[in-house]
Design a protein around this ligand. Structure first.
Ligand code: FDP
Length: 327
């Protein structure tokens, strides 16, 4: 018996028609999907081709091979540019904002083409994360960096697992799985579960003594209530939280024995990591805050690679931990 599943493009086409929206976002999403499929392909075959390294690392054979993060970045830039819909982009891989179709474009795209770099040499899951904001349609466009509150969509591919999750503004959060024709199919609405039994805690436990005293105390009092899981790639760790509920955190590092290693501003990047997952989490009924307990979506970025601390997941747990955060 043949089985036909609704694929992402059918899903999005219906969504755009239902809301009387233009086709431009479809063109953009087509570019993002094409990028993800290509990254997935290169990542799956990367070990055999010897390019499972990161730019700046040395290949054991001394061969001149392309590094995974560079490949992924080139792939995404090519497809975004080709779509003609992007005004400018921010990539984790590039210091400067990348101009694209400045006059004719419609969207700003913030992306991390290969997030979770410690997993790359092992061929283990990494993320391709993206956030999308729209140009000012009412007046002149000044091209300022948008906060998560201004995103119209954000999403993540967990590569090479074949899962794709996307949130559309005020329309929810959905998960898709790749099928044998390389299409992402079977939209499944994602809502953080209310039942605490499945909730998980996810953070780099080896950093715990470097966290603020209130956070350390909260961990000590609560960690035994939940299963602990940590993959070390934000997309994969958040993927689990979205399914099972709980709390992912990357707190500020403020008590490091070597003060030079403190990161009071947090580690994760705001526009293409924290705001991307926060937008998805909020559309799925959750919450996300920074070290001051302020909503991640309300942080207005001052520069493209700004960092933030992140507490993300089930509302109740994020509210609970917000209570021990400053101010
Ligand atoms: P990575 O530095 O390995 O690229 O954004 C960076 C990120 O990975 C996230 O994907 C991940 O959640 C976190 O940092 C892992 O950091 P630690 O290695 O410090 O745990």
């Amino acid at each position: 018996m043949l089985r036909f599943d609704e694929d992402f493009m059918d899903f999005l086409l219906e969504h755009q028609e239902r809301h009387n929206r233009s086709y431009h976002f479809l063109v953009l999403m087509n570019a993002i999907l094409n990028s993800a499929k290509r990254i997935q392909h290169y990542y799956l075959t990367g070990a055999l081709r010897g390019n499972l390294g990161l730019a700046g690392s040395v290949n054991v054979q001394g061969e001149d091979v392309l590094k995974m993060d560079e490949i992924a970045n080139e792939v995404v830039k090519y497809h975004l540019k080709r779509s003609g819909r992007v005004i400018q982009a921010v990539s984790e891989e590039e210091k400067d904002i990348i101009p694209m179709n400045i006059e004719g474009g419609r969207y700003f795209v913030y992306f991390d083409p290969m997030d979770g770099s410690s997993n790359v040499p092992h061929n283990l899951p990494i993320g391709f994360l993206f956030g999308v904001a729209k140009r000012n349609m009412e007046g002149p466009e000044d091209r300022h960096l948008r906060s998560g509150r201004d995103y119209i969509a954000s999403g993540m591919f967990v590569i090479p697992t074949g899962t794709f999750t996307i949130a559309l503004r005020e329309a929810g959060c959905w998960r898709f799985h790749i099928d044998e024709t390389q299409n992402y199919v079977r939209p499944t609405p994602m809502n953080l579960p209310q039942d605490k039994k499945s909730w998980e805690l996810s953070f780099n436990s080896s950093n715990r003594e470097t966290f603020a005293p209130g956070v350390q105390k909260w961990i000590a009092e609560n960690e035994k209530k939940y299963a602990f899981r940590y993959l070390g790639a934000l997309a994969g760790d958040f993927h689990r939280i979205l399914t099972n509920g709980g709390l992912f955190m990357y707190p500020a590092i403020v008590n490091h024995p070597d003060p030079k290693k403190n990161r009071p501003q947090g580690k994760l990047r705001l526009v293409y990591e924290a705001a991307v997952v926060a937008f998805m989490c909020c559309e799925a009924g959750g919450e996300a805050v920074d070290e001051d307990g302020k909503s991640i979506l309300d942080i207005i970025p001052r520069e493209p690679h700004q960092r933030t601390a992140l507490y993300l997941g089930s509302k109740k747990l994020v509210e609970e931990i917000s209570g021990v955060l400053k101010p």
